[in-house]
Ligand binder design. Structure first.
Ligand code: ADQ
Length: 493
């Protein structure tokens, strides 16, 4: 907050996301949905003031004043209504039927039409028009747009003419190395040229940023150049200059540490585990925990293959160590997600049929979101954490687990295909493409000297405390805010 106030003065920030940061519960009551990032940005805006524009998810008025705490100004939330058919093409169609599988290297799951692209374009156009309209009421220091559902907002804003504040964008998901032929090349061209309209495009890792640059060079050839800081591209609309940056996202580790050691939270977690038949006192083998939306990119089938491989590698673990999956369903309007959810459920049932014993089940699935104040002690009381994503921009669950362990002796096993594995050292890496090798790594990790695991966990926690989400936010905003201060004359070099 201090960094932002010093850099931006009183000019507020304007944030654009597909989803709203709060849920309308009726009668003016708002609640925060789970998901660390939007809550962090929400806290910043609550304290600095500002504006947030998002597509409406729940009832209530079109414009909301989201209150801040104890004298903080709070911020204004503009909630846009999109007609259902248009939303279907934008969200289920192009965003999650085309872009998500394409960028997560899942070509067989791509399904979308030209009409879906038109819907996506139209929703991005409407959002851009709302942002431009809001600039007439108050001019923010910068506009910060998020994620693959909103790639074209910057382009549409520029098309409206007029002078604009700096436009920053953050791409939360991986950038693919897949040949562009997996989707019509002009679709990819449209997304990439859309991104070139921003002044800064942030990626989670160097690998994704470098792949983005390779894609730009493959599309624009000698019309593109890169000096290590600035990418310049000659397009039909003139020369675009932007900064493609690397900003690995993170969490607030102290928040998770505190929640995980809170006695009331721990008690609640123990009761919760008791109800599931996983009470650590009566089931001393304990449980491995996985927490993710039921998404094919999170590797549910691969995880269950690993568990089966683990039981065949060490039969003494069958009957002792369970898997607790906290896995709310997601994006059920997309066919690929419905089919995947059914397949994951059938696979878990098959494992349970094969390995269950009196009073013990190998796989326990909780199909809903849990509050972070319950998740944190569940991470802490677990025997270990399994992150099995086949592709993941970052993966915050791994970081939440490490923070909640707070130097405990339960190991994290994290897929090498996550941004977390690419940007943190000293983690135990598994590979969902090789369940047997992964099972061996898990078995070794579970029998490691607890002091050794503790040391690894403490090293990881020290790293997270330094590379926390506030640092992520500040590093993201530093450059565009500097540009804004220079442009407004507030800062002279
Ligand atoms: P996601 O794909 O949603 O995010 P992730 O990074 O793991 O993946 O973040 C999920 C968040 O939701 C975590 O804070 C987690 O605690 C919470 N969550 C997940 N399942 C939950 C459950 N059952 N109950 C309660 N909370 C739950 C996208 C990208 C990631 C990237 C993030 C942030 O796909 O790669 O790390 O954005 O940039």
């Amino acid at each position: 907050v201090r960094f932002y106030r010093e850099a931006a003065g009183s000019a507020p920030l304007l944030v654009v996301t597909n989803r709203e940061p709060v849920v309308w519960k009726g009668e003016g009551v708002l609640s925060l949905p789970p998901g660390g990032v939007s809550q962090t940005i929400h806290r910043l805006l609550s304290r600095t003031g500002g504006r947030w524009i998002a597509l409406r998810d729940s009832g209530g008025p079109d414009g909301l004043r989201v209150p801040g705490e104890e004298g903080d100004p709070g911020y204004r939330l503009d909630r846009m209504d999109i007609p259902p058919a248009l939303m279907e093409g934008h969200y289920a169609g192009f965003s999650n039927g085309v872009l998500w599988p394409f960028f997560h290297d899942e070509p067989a799951r791509i399904s979308g039409s030209q009409d879906d692209l038109l819907a996506y374009r139209e929703v991005n156009r409407r959002v851009a028009a709302r942002v431009v309209e809001s600039l007439r009421e108050s001019r923010p220091s910068l506009v910060w747009v998020h994620d693959y559902q909103m790639a074209l907002v910057g382009r549409e804003m520029r098309r409206s003419g007029g002078s604009l504040p700096p436009l920053a964008f953050f791409w939360h998901i991986p950038w693919t190395a897949m040949p562009s032929g997996e989707i019509p090349p002009r679709w990819l061209f449209e997304i990439v040229s859309g991104l070139l309209s921003y002044d800064q495009v942030g990626f989670q890792t160097e690998l994704y940023r470098d792949r983005f640059l390779e894609t730009v060079f493959s599309l624009f050839g000698s019309r593109a150049s890169w000096d290590g800081e600035t990418l310049s591209v000659t397009t039909d609309g003139g020369v675009r200059r932007l900064h493609p940056g690397v900003f690995p996202i993170s969490i607030d580790p102290d928040h998770f540490r505190m929640m995980a050691r809170d006695p009331a939270n721990l008690l609640r977690a123990r009761l919760f585990l008791e109800d599931l038949g996983l009470n650590p006192e009566t089931h001393p083998g304990g449980y491995l925990i996985s927490v993710d939306r039921l998404d094919y990119s999170k590797g549910f089938l691969e995880r269950l293959d690993m568990l089966e491989a683990l039981y065949s590698l060490d039969p003494s673990l069958a009957g002792r160590v369970s898997l607790l999956q906290v896995a709310p369903s997601t994006r059920l309007s997309v066919d690929a997600y419905r089919r995947y959810a059914e397949a994951a459920e059938a696979r878990a049932e098959a494992l349970n049929r094969r390995y269950s014993r009196e009073g013990w089940r190998p796989v326990v699935t909780v199909s809903r979101s849990l509050d972070p104040s319950l998740l944190a002690p569940l991470y802490r009381l677990s025997r270990g954490c399994l992150v099995t994503a086949t592709r993941d921009g970052m993966n915050l669950v791994a970081k939440e687990f490490l923070a909640s362990q707070d130097g405990g002796s339960s190991p994290l096993f994290v897929s090498r295909h996550t941004g977390t594995a690419m940007t943190m050292e000293g983690l135990s890496l598994i590979d969902p493409a090789d369940p047997r090798l992964s099972a061996r790594i898990i078995q070794e990790g579970l029998s490691m000297d607890p002091r050794e695991v503790q040391r690894k966990n403490l090293d990881a926690l020290a790293f997270l405390r330094e590379h926390n989400v506030y640092r992520w936010m500040a590093s993201n905003l530093a450059r565009p805010l500097l540009a804004a201060s220079l442009a407004s004359g507030a800062l002279a070099l």
